[in-house]
Design a protein around this ligand. Structure first.
Ligand SMILES: [Zn+2]
Length: 336
């Protein structure tokens, strides 16, 4: 980035809707985890290579390797708390954080115990930083529908404890949306909100598939512009698109910044939000994402204010809470 973010971008109140807990672990926090369990000689230089990758497949492997360091409920408590501390420093008031519950099941971890750690971290973070946080449980699509049902079992089990939505992520080609029709229908029956990564590594048919699953938000949606009819549908229904620009570049899902569709989507009336996806792994922050589109796509402060407002509008908060946040946002905007 060419310069420091402006005071405007820093002070703008924001929500983050597409944010993976495991991808938010800074190398320093990973080191802290290792020191905690007695590996006192571990150094940052040893940890940092875990964060190197050049494409989407490499990213998925790096994500898996970093997650392998998460062993105990206390580890999950620490990473949640550190994430909230960071969000506070970026003026994020509300976050919907995705937990790869599917990875915990695959690693045969005691998820109920881990969830207690997550909730302890969330409660401490809420108390110390005044941030609202809700959980999204995410199934790994290449593991198939049966495994996704087990993740959904957990989302249903913890539905009353701040788990607000169910989603799918991972390899879109190996796990097309059609496989998950029954899982999504069951999630909806249990009052969970629905979201899906779509059009990140696969074409527009994957986004149509996510809409057919009744996904309420689309993660990435990079390939939507290949299909004008889909663009019309997304604009008409104002389906929120969770844009993650730096992520798309680092995974090479988008070949270069100049061809990223964010500005075209905005000009065609899509409902956009800006997000970091995996901020530590992609070496970004939410303020930097706003700065990036401002510098490279000529978004004005008013445009960015609209995108920040969208992030509250597109949240899965209950209506009264959403209105409360929008009032705070509008009040701060008037004053600012
Ligand atoms: Zn993601």
């Amino acid at each position: 980035m060419s310069s420091e973010p402006s005071p405007f971008l820093h002070s703008l109140l924001k929500a983050e809707l597409h944010l993976h807990l495991e991808g938010s672990i800074e190398p320093a926090t990973l080191l802290e985890l290792r020191h905690r369990r007695g590996e006192e000689t571990a150094t940052l230089a040893e940890v940092e290579p875990l964060y190197q990758f050049t494409d989407f497949a490499g990213f998925l492997l790096a994500f898996k390797d970093i997650t392998a360091h998460l062993l105990t409920p206390d580890d999950y408590e620490l990473i949640t708390y550190r994430l909230m501390e960071r969000l506070k420093s970026q003026n994020v008031l509300h976050a919907e954080v995705t937990v790869s519950a599917g990875v915990c099941l695959w690693r045969k971890q005691d998820f109920a115990a881990i969830f207690e750690g997550l909730e302890r971290g969330r409660q401490r973070g809420e108390r110390d930083f005044g941030i609202s946080l809700l959980w999204i449980f995410d199934a790994i699509r290449q593991f198939g529908a049966e495994k996704a049902q087990r993740v959904l079992d957990l989302a249903i089990q913890f539905r009353d404890r701040n788990v607000v939505a169910f989603g799918i992520g991972g390899d879109e080609i190996k796990g097309p949306p059609e496989l998950f029709a029954a899982v999504f229908a069951r999630a909806a029956d249990h009052g969970l909100h629905l979201t899906a990564h779509a059009g990140e590594t696969a074409g527009p048919e994957s986004i149509w598939g996510a809409l057919n699953l009744k996904a309420e938000r689309i993660g990435h949606g990079l390939t939507a512009e290949q299909d004008p009819e889909l663009m019309d549908e997304l604009a008409r229904r104002q389906i929120p698109i969770e844009i993650c620009v730096t992520s798309n570049l680092r995974t090479a899902c988008c070949s270069q910044l100049a061809v990223h569709p964010v500005r075209r989507y905005f000009d065609q009336g899509l409902m956009l939000t800006l997000n970091t996806d995996d901020p530590a792994m992609f070496r970004t922050s939410i303020v930097e994402e706003y700065q990036l589109v401002q510098e490279h796509f000529s978004f004005s402060n008013d445009h960015l204010r609209e995108l920040a407002r969208n992030s509250f509008e597109a949240s899965f908060l209950p209506t009264e809470k959403k209105v409360e946040f929008l009032n705070i946002f509008d009040g701060a905007t008037v004053r600012g």
